[in-house]
Design a protein around this ligand. Structure first.
Ligand SMILES: Nc1ncnc2c1ncn2[C@@H]1O[C@H](COP(=O)(O)OP(=O)(O)OP(=O)(O)O)[C@@H](O)[C@H]1O
Length: 437
């Protein structure tokens, strides 16, 4: 039964023949059973199995766990990696969350297509309860996904035991004669997760015998609803003009829909969402205050200027001047400037090659530029107004200085005297300020 559940989950995720599958092995019973089942199923599914253990160096038993994982893999002849991570003891997120973050980052860096985790149905029920007690919305209540597709160089994640009960996994381990290690911290009911596992769920189970599978089923319903909200956000973004959004179009949506859209965009950029009250306040200002507007929401800022509306990183990077020597990108603040070679477009390459210095730097006082030979030379402020660049962004605009003459200003364009003629080799700079299109 258990191997069949794992097999179904792998098929549903699309872990096919030739896929490189890495089992995230903690040494506990769940991932140990998963490793054995994956090993048994490998000939049927045709994936290439490996395993990895992350050594956090936090528990006095950490070396013993790593050793147990290594020897189990040696017995099964499964390639094994041991990854050591440094967990900052004073991390603001707390020690457990920091360990988890470092562990996932280390696992994500493994050369594989899929990572398999040993989370099971009891974990799913605990996760749902835990999140509900933190006031989660629909997305949080969706708990853990059975699988997450590989994306942007990151392996996919699959949780093949998510439909299996803990007791069934332990029974399978005993029947197979497996030895496993117990994480001593799992028994400490001062931790919320352990309290839910050892106290709350057993108590609930006395009255609701099917509490765990029922909660897991509810999580699946929440996942469906959460996916629908994502689809709605994608539709709303497209109807509102993409990124940046058209302010008028956004304002015609309800607050709940705008919040849904902004949350979805923030997630895509990898920014943490602020608490609901902060977002409500930002929306209130958006409706009430005349533009321009910039409201900082933790790691990001909600900006409105003219008819544009967008999220951008609120955490600036460095804006140090740097020489351009032909590289494809130069980092700039929280974003970067990309340089692409295209015939007849952008800056004439021959002028860059002849120049004594080509530097990416900020604007300087008195900057003036002519965007076309039949247009007047304009001051920086006017150029920004014409290009709808909001005031708070102006000090952060990248400028490409060629022998101290501005050849290109990010978001504005190329100076007429540097423009590439049709048929010549051109260099097209593109500024990506991390969040603002
Ligand atoms: N040290 C480790 N090295 C490799 N994989 C690990 C390690 N610890 C945990 N895992 C993987 O993560 C799965 C879940 O373990 P655990 O519940 O302890 O971690 P978690 O990711 O913090 O869980 P949760 O998401 O429930 O908080 C394990 O079954 C295993 O696949």
């Amino acid at each position: 039964m258990l191997p069949e559940a794992v097999s179904r989950a792998l098929t549903a995720a699309g872990v096919g023949p030739g896929a490189r599958l890495c089992c995230a092995l903690s040494g506990g019973v769940d991932s140990l059973v998963l490793l054995h089942v994956l090993h048994d199923l490998a000939p049927r599914h045709g994936y290439v199995l490996q395993a990895a253990h992350v050594h956090h160096g936090l528990s006095p038993h950490a070396d013993a766990w790593a050793q147990a994982c290594a020897s189990c893999c040696a017995t099964l002849q499964i390639p094994f990696s041991l990854i050591r991570v440094e967990v900052p003891r004073d991390d603001a997120a707390g020690l457990e969350a920091a360990a988890r973050r470092e562990r996932l980052a280390a696992l994500d860096a493994i050369r594989c297509d899929w990572l398999a985790f040993g989370h099971h149905q009891d974990d799913q029920a605990e996760t749902l309860l835990f999140r509900l007690f933190r006031g989660s919305g629909v997305r949080g209540a969706a708990a853990m996904a059975p699988f997450e597709m590989p994306s942007a160089g990151r392996p996919g994640r699959v949780r093949p035991l998510l439909d299996c009960r803990r007791a069934g996994i332990e029974a399978w381990a005993r029947a197979r004669g497996l030895d496993w290690v117990e994480d001593e911290s799992n028994a400490d009911v001062r931790f919320s997760r352990n309290f839910l596992r050892h106290r709350a769920l057993p108590a609930l189970g006395e009255h609701f015998p099917a509490a765990v599978p029922t909660l897991a089923r509810a999580a699946a319903h929440f996942r469906e609803a959460s996916d629908l909200l994502d689809e709605l956000a994608a539709l709303d973004e497209a109807t509102c003009g993409g990124e940046p959004l058209q302010r008028c179009a956004v304002m015609s949506l309800s607050d709940a829909r705008i919040a849904n859209l902004l949350r979805w965009q923030a997630r895509r950029h990898g920014w943490q969402m602020p608490v609901q009250a902060r977002l409500d306040e930002a929306l209130r200002q958006l409706r009430a205050v005349a533009q321009p507007l910039r409201v900082v929401l933790g790691e990001m800022a909600l900006c409105a200027y003219r008819n544009l509306l967008w999220l951008e990183s609120a955490v600036g990077g460095t804006y140090e001047p740097r020489d351009w020597c032909g590289s494809a990108t130069l980092s700039w603040g929280a974003g970067e400037v990309r340089f692409e070679l295209l015939p007849g477009r952008g800056i004439a390459r021959s002028l860059l090659e002849k120049a004594g210095s080509v530097r990416l730097a900020g604007r300087r006082p008195g900057l003036r530029m002519q965007l076309a030979s039949d247009r007047p030379r304009r001051q920086f402020k006017n150029l920004c107004q014409e290009a709808a660049i909001p005031a708070w962004l102006r000090d952060r605009l990248p400028v490409l200085w060629v022998d101290d003459v501005p050849a290109w200003v990010g978001g504005i364009g190329v100076a007429a005297e540097f423009a590439c003629a049709p048929g010549d080799e051109g260099v097209v700079p593109e500024w990506r300020p991390a969040g603002v299109a």
